[in-house]
Design a binder for this molecule. Sequence first.
Ligand code: C2O
Ligand code: CU
Ligand code: CU
Length: 481
Amino acid sequence: MKPISRRQALALGLVGAGATAAGGAGLLLAGTDQLRPRPGSGFTEPEMLSSSAGSLDVHLEPGPARVTIGDHKSSVAAYNGSLPGPTLRLRPGERLRATLANRLDEATNLHVHGLHVSPEGNGDNAFISVAPGESFDYEFILPPDHPPGTYWYHPHHHGTVARQLAAGLYGAIIVQDPQQLPVTRERVLVVSDISLDRAGNLRQPSPPERMMGREGQTVLVNGHVRPVLSAAPGERERWRIINACPARYLRLQIPGQQLRLLARDGSRLAGPRDMPEILLAPGNRAELLLTLGEGSFVLLAAPYDRGSMGAMMGRGPATGPVDLLSVDVRGEPSGALPPIPPPPRLRDLRTEPVAGRRRFDFSTGMGPFMDLRGMAFTINGKQFDAGRTDESVGAGTVEEWTLTNSSPMDHPLHLHIWPMQVIGAGNLDPAEPVWQDVVNIPARGEVKVLVAFDDFTGRTVFHCHILDHEDMGMMGVLEAR
Ligand code: C2O
Ligand code: CU
Ligand code: CU
């Protein structure tokens, strides 16, 4: 890891408070030192902004911010000065208006990850660029039947997405259930990672780290290092967990407690299901239901092997388990709650006619599109070109996509606007429909999905959600018409 260059720090608007506090020399001296912030602060959640009278109007200001991580003042980038940004909460059928006022020194934009909204105009339009000092008014109108669930927002300006997320730009979006589920409490857990030097300045990854996808040295939950939360025995909690890391996979476990999966991305399961662990690729979300037993527990991310860059390039970061959060359960036991009512039946596209079939191959070949040290990140042999439309689909049709990965590392495919029903990953043939908006394609593996291009027309993107790969070109353009 090298310290972030002065030019890049300038671009994020980070030269100022942080660099000065470090005596101006921070950027030069920080070479090998890394910050290991102290864990153990109390669990907190970002500020919640909720809709009223059918709409939610927010002002989001991405810009340089000084925040305390562990016991260190750090210079990051954040929305409205807080890391993560505010949680946005609204209902199906409502409208979200967001004024994005860019206080960074480089272009940015806003993407509402997982929301089923129009990709056109001032909607969830990935092609918008908001210059430094300028602002843009976004409007997202959720259809009345929009799936309730956990979503999130982050910048999507091609070329700088990984860097802007790694600097601290992300926040949660909650689409409320029509009726509150019977739980003692609900929590939002935005999991991210960050790399800081001893002076509390951001550090940039080396070229091989970018090729593998950068993993920050410190993993945060709502901006804190291993926060501690407390609860009473028997309480039932609903945790909305977002993997906002640019490249890190989270293999979630809580030794000693029963993990129950309630929802994945924007889709509730027919009923809560006991799971030994849950894997979240970058961009994925999970909602967990926990009925807490007395004692002390840790939510951890167990090691996950997401492959390598190939024989020549070596393997990715070898990390042990990472503790995300401690849970302290003690006190008066609380009474039992009524069972969780089932969600409306999920649509199953396996019973519907398929209008088209496509194949997408993710590869990291050497080739004419070489990047960094000679690796090209492509989908069907092509690198992203905003001016080219790679796939045209018929609005209202259902398609079957075969996703293959001819590279030695995993790539999580994300499609904007329309969720995907996963119908085959290895020998999995799920009895109940599984819907996700990020689907992991294992190294050398293959996955099949079905997509219904309902409700909206327009151009949008699909890409690898290892954001360095996306920035290096592993993204395509799709148009529904
Ligand atoms: Cu979460 Cu296209 O991104
Ligand atoms: Cu997205
Ligand atoms: Cu990738």
